[in-house]
Ligand binder design. Structure first.
Ligand code: GLU
Length: 483
């Protein structure tokens, strides 16, 4: 059997982390089996669907590297197919018009509630006589179309992730609406999700339906529709939901949920897909947590997807992102950092490329996210720096004035400094002032950056020296501590 899978997002919002993770599993499964990955846009909800969300979904999938082989197909371009399916079901007496008004349905639900019964449609229009139908029509009522659900049926399937799943027909809420009431010259109104999805999955020869476990009840209904339409039932796999730290489904209330948000927060696409793969799946060698999509695809199987919900762990995502950032070549990382520097108003344009790449190399080990670079490199773009209280404590220690004075003299006597120059000067000051080397180095760092901690001191100094900023900062420090 050739593997054909799909991702079928509704363009009613930006690409969501849950949808993206489902896309990751489908993509991995397709690639593992040299199969086909289809993109289908389920845009039948005209009131909530927007073309800009379709664009966002497509660009988000592309950014993550989840290329699709066919599509995008749009459900709004396939409405005639759904009409045909409704007709077939009616012709075979598997579906029928229901004329209930919203008020009648509401009243029915209230009665069920009062009797302590689960709410659902009581199939009251399943057996209307032609005369009764005509009377409703004459009354101007527009029917929805309902598909008959046998409440005695036990629907069972072998789920590739959850093993045997069974669902009682009586728990599906009664005969289900498959088409809304007609509001134009079409014989039936807009087809609803369960019917459209089945018609499409049949038409597109989908072999495996891999989606979130929130669709399990839909799967039970859809299996009945496959049978009714005389089609082969695909293999189903329901992946665990992504949970927040309290164990509830990750939602907008947890801050970020769209892939765009993660991009803006400074996550790399390769790190994010790596992390999403781990949300429910483990590499055969479970100690291997950093891998490319291609590496994961070689090993991917549905059997090793967890049944339990996957907790979203920000620390883990940060760690994975940091691993990618730390390994990235400086020229590539510099290209990625430039927009963040520019957004922060840092003057990048006046800097030469090798200066920027050296700064990248110097600060890369401190980065978890691309956005961290703004804070981590601020002292290199600032005109001047303020000293922290801690730095001032150090700078006001005995002997520091003389140390700083002598460093200034050394810097003034050189044009631009080399690594050897900086080392020689530190050595010379240590010797002549008869102080510990550590004091000289801390005084230097505090003068140059205003802080006592930071990346490699020599590299920091050389970068500032190239901009001529070291002299000014040493002078400013001296002026502050000399009196
Ligand atoms: N449009 C549905 C959703 O976004 C698709 C579900 C499915 O994969 O069948 O949840």
């Amino acid at each position: 059997m050739s593997v054909r899978v799909r991702i079928a997002p509704s363009p009613t919002g930006n690409l969501h982390i849950g949808t993206a993770r489902t896309a990751v599993f489908n993509w991995l499964f397709a690639r593992h089996h040299s199969g086909t990955f289809v993109l289908r846009i389920e845009d039948t909800d005209a009131a909530r669907s927007r073309p800009e969300y379709t664009d966002n979904i497509k660009s988000g999938l592309e950014w993550l590297g989840l290329n699709w082989d066919e599509g995008p197909f749009f459900q709004t371009e396939r409405l005639a197919k759904y009409q045909q399916a409704v007709q077939t079901l009616i012709d075979n007496d598997l579906a029928y018009p229901c004329y209930c008004t919203p008020e009648e349905l509401e009243e029915m639900r209230e009665t069920q509630k009062a009797q302590g019964k689960a709410p659902g449609y009581d199939n009251r229009h399943r057996h209307l006589t032609p005369e009764e139908r005509q009377a409703f029509e004459a009354d101007g009522r527009k029917p929805v179309i309902r598909f008959k659900i046998d409440s005695d049926r036990n629907i069972v399937w072998q789920d590739s992730i959850r093993d045997t799943v069974s669902w009682q027909g009586s728990d599906l809420g009664g005969d289900m609406v498959i088409a809304r009431a007609a509001d134009d010259d079409q014989p039936y109104g807009q087809a609803l999700y369960n019917l459209a999805v089945v018609v499409d999955d049949i038409d597109m020869n989908i072999s495996h339906v891999i989606r979130g476990e929130d669709h399990i009840a839909n799967t039970a209904k859809q299996i009945l529709l496959y049978e009714a339409l005389g089609a082969e039932i695909p293999i189903f796999a329901h992946s665990p939901l992504i949970l927040n730290s309290e164990g509830r489904k990750l939602s907008k209330r947890d801050g970020v949920t769209s892939i765009d948000d993660f991009r803006k927060m400074g996550f790399l696409p390769e790190a994010l897909v790596n992390y999403m793969t781990l949300l429910g799946w483990t590499f055969p060698d479970s100690t291997q947590e950093i891998f490319t999509l291609e590496e994961a695809a070689k090993e991917f199987d549905l059997e090793r997807v967890n049944k339990a919900g996957a907790k979203f762990d920000w620390d883990k995502l940060d760690w994975i992102n940091s691993q990618y950032l730390h390994q990235m070549p400086a020229d590539k990382l510099t290209d990625l950092l430039i927009p963040y520097w520019q957004d922060a108003g840092y003057d990048v344009d006046s800097k030469d490329r090798s200066w920027l790449e050296t700064l990248t190399t110097l600060t890369a080990p401190t980065l978890n996210r691309l956005t961290d670079v703004i804070k981590e490199t601020s002292v290199f773009f600032a005109d001047s720096v303020e000293h922290t209280a801690e730095a001032m404590d150090l700078l006001t220690q005995e002997g520091v004035v003389a140390v700083v004075t002598e460093i200034i003299a050394g810097v003034n006597s050189a044009d631009t400094m080399t690594e050897e120059d900086t080392k020689a000067l530190i050595k010379q000051v240590t010797k002549s002032r008869k102080v510990k080397k550590g004091l000289v180095m801390r005084s230097l760092r505090a003068s140059l950056t205003g802080e006592l901690h930071g990346p490699d001191l020599t590299q920091t100094w050389l970068l500032l020296n190239k901009l001529g900023l070291d002299k000014a900062r040493l002078q400013k420090t001296l002026a502050k501590i000399a009196d």
